[in-house]
Design a binder for this molecule. Sequence first.
Ligand SMILES: *[C@@H]1O[C@H](CO)[C@@H](O)[C@H](O)[C@H]1NC(C)=O
Ligand SMILES: *[C@@H]1O[C@H](CO)[C@@H](O)[C@H](O)[C@H]1NC(C)=O
Ligand SMILES: *[C@@H]1O[C@H](CO)[C@@H](O)[C@H](O)[C@H]1NC(C)=O
Ligand SMILES: *[C@@H]1O[C@H](CO)[C@@H](O)[C@H](O)[C@H]1NC(C)=O
Ligand SMILES: *[C@@H]1O[C@H](CO)[C@@H](O)[C@H](O)[C@H]1NC(C)=O
Ligand SMILES: *[C@@H]1O[C@H](CO)[C@@H](O)[C@H](O)[C@H]1NC(C)=O
Ligand SMILES: *[C@@H]1O[C@H](CO)[C@@H](O)[C@H](O)[C@H]1NC(C)=O
Ligand SMILES: *[C@@H]1O[C@H](CO)[C@@H](O)[C@H](O)[C@H]1NC(C)=O
Ligand SMILES: *[C@@H]1O[C@H](CO)[C@@H](O)[C@H](O)[C@H]1NC(C)=O
Length: 386
Amino acid sequence: MFQSFNIIILFFISIISAKDAVEVLQFENFGYSGSYSKVGQINNIYEDSCSCSLDSTPVAFSGINTPLNEEVSVHFRGPLVLNKFASYVSDGFKYGDDNSGNWNRLSYYDADEQTADNVTFLTRAGKNSSCLGLGLTYADKDGISKANSSTILAKDTLINSNDEYVIFSNLTCQSSGSNNDCGVYRTDIPAYKGFAGAVKMFLFEFQMPNETHTSSKISNYNMPAIWLLNAQIPRTAQYSNNVNCSCWRSGCGEFDIFEIMNTTEYLHLYSTVHDYQGTDQIETGLAISDYIERDLSGTMVGGVAFDSNGDVTVWISNSTSFDQSVNASSVNSWIKNDKDSATTTLSSASLASATGGSSSSKKGDGMSYKPSILMNLVALLTMWIL
Ligand SMILES: *[C@@H]1O[C@H](CO)[C@@H](O)[C@H](O)[C@H]1NC(C)=O
Ligand SMILES: *[C@@H]1O[C@H](CO)[C@@H](O)[C@H](O)[C@H]1NC(C)=O
Ligand SMILES: *[C@@H]1O[C@H](CO)[C@@H](O)[C@H](O)[C@H]1NC(C)=O
Ligand SMILES: *[C@@H]1O[C@H](CO)[C@@H](O)[C@H](O)[C@H]1NC(C)=O
Ligand SMILES: *[C@@H]1O[C@H](CO)[C@@H](O)[C@H](O)[C@H]1NC(C)=O
Ligand SMILES: *[C@@H]1O[C@H](CO)[C@@H](O)[C@H](O)[C@H]1NC(C)=O
Ligand SMILES: *[C@@H]1O[C@H](CO)[C@@H](O)[C@H](O)[C@H]1NC(C)=O
Ligand SMILES: *[C@@H]1O[C@H](CO)[C@@H](O)[C@H](O)[C@H]1NC(C)=O
Ligand SMILES: *[C@@H]1O[C@H](CO)[C@@H](O)[C@H](O)[C@H]1NC(C)=O
């Protein structure tokens, strides 16, 4: 009797919290008027006195896809095998409009063909600094060891849980300096420019096999991910021990494309934006509550497109192709999936500055919080009844 009661209530919980597996995740109204702080100085990298300071003058931004319209680096965490990667720009692609701009491929990596055009693989195999953490080096063909020069990852390179590498373009940065093209960065790294453009697209063919090689005690065990960072972040400190060594906390931008959030939901790939648009919680960010199913044994193909209308779409579709030139209708056909998509509309301002009634109230505004609040209520009710 108690048991069936329990089951009914669990059923009730699962209806209310309904998170669904979908093939398309979309943020609408991406980009807002805001600002962030750049790193202005990095001092004494290898001394205990290592320190950083942020510029006192914030960088203001506004417009579509901000601040991810700035140069971004592309990050990968295991367990993961990357078969193909490509970056594109477009002069005006608009989601759903087959006549808008076409896509032009600027970077391409193909593991089978062992070709890499305009990509540089870096990894955290450098020296440790008390305030900056491990430095970036060129990645060797295993993705995680240090190489002396730019190297193509070998075919079928599997990186394990918590191992990471990052892809930049092959354009080298000018020297570190506030007024130079890459700003201030850690001077003992190979410093490259990221992928620029407000309207851009990244395609991936990859595998995220179940972890079997590492201890379950390590951080990020069995939590593979592919994500974008404002390229300034890894060039100063991706995992810094000092908030002033990175522009991340002030909101220069992270976009998680496909991310396993915890081992409980090790089959659910979520998409999250971390800046201050519509929230003051930079750590949590804003996630779409639905997810894409991780395929443990097959190959997944998909990508993310930032369009000229502020729609940012993440998808998985086997029809995705990596051609040099891709027209708008092809991309729309890969991502058009009305029955099987989830959309979250971002409010037009950061929560902190939205007090003047300027935040929009479109559907899904801050929606990722709703299921958990309802769930807590129902859980309380359940405990009370039982
Ligand atoms: C960068 O990549 C492009 C495209 O593959 C190539 O033409 C160019 O020579 C590369 N530049 C460097 C410095 O490797
Ligand atoms: C790097 O240094 C920091 C602080 O000095 C330390 O907490 C961390 O464990 C070190 N990391 C590695 C991989 O040695
Ligand atoms: C990389 O450079 C180091 C230091 O110059 C040298 O000892 C090492 O042999 C080089 N490795 C390769 C593979 O060239
Ligand atoms: C390489 O990629 C960068 C960043 O997207 C781009 O600015 C540059 O034009 C690309 N180079 C070539 C040769 O396409
Ligand atoms: C995947 O690995 C987890 C341990 O991380 C294990 O609990 C689970 O049963 C495995 N799933 C499959 C389908 O092998
Ligand atoms: C970061 O910079 C602020 C402003 O200068 C300062 O108050 C704070 O103590 C710094 N934090 C660290 C950890 O150095
Ligand atoms: C795992 O992550 C999902 C998505 O963020 C979240 O809803 C869920 O509560 C998390 N589960 C645990 C046990 O942390
Ligand atoms: C997509 O194709 C791959 C092989 O390239 C396969 O492993 C996977 O199951 C396919 N996915 C779907 C949803 O058909
Ligand atoms: C777009 O490209 C696809 C694949 O190359 C092609 O079949 C289709 O005809 C093209 N559509 C337009 C409108 O050019």
